[in-house]
Design a protein around this ligand. Structure first.
Ligand code: FES
Length: 69
């Protein structure tokens, strides 16, 4: 599903950049341009960050533990 119509950015792309560390709307915009034009998609981007970022943070924490051990 396209979230940002202005730049044709799908939900899957936004989840990807969030998992890679973009955990604010501005960081998502810098990573894939979503939300950087009319702004009507920014609320949906925020919801995707809220759904995805905690999982991404946990995955990074697990990876750090594995690297430390
Ligand atoms: S729909 Fe995303 S900036 Fe316009």
């Amino acid at each position: 599903m396209i979230v940002c119509v202005c730049h044709g950015v799908p939900c899957s792309k936004i989840r990807l950049v969030v998992r890679e560390g973009a955990e604010t709307i501005d960081a998502v915009g810098a990573a894939c341009r979503a939300g950087t034009d009319c702004g009507s998609c920014r609320e949906m981007i925020e919801e995707i960050i809220e759904e995805t970022a905690p999982l991404a943070s946990r995955a990074r924490a697990r990876q750090s533990l594995r690297m430390a051990g």
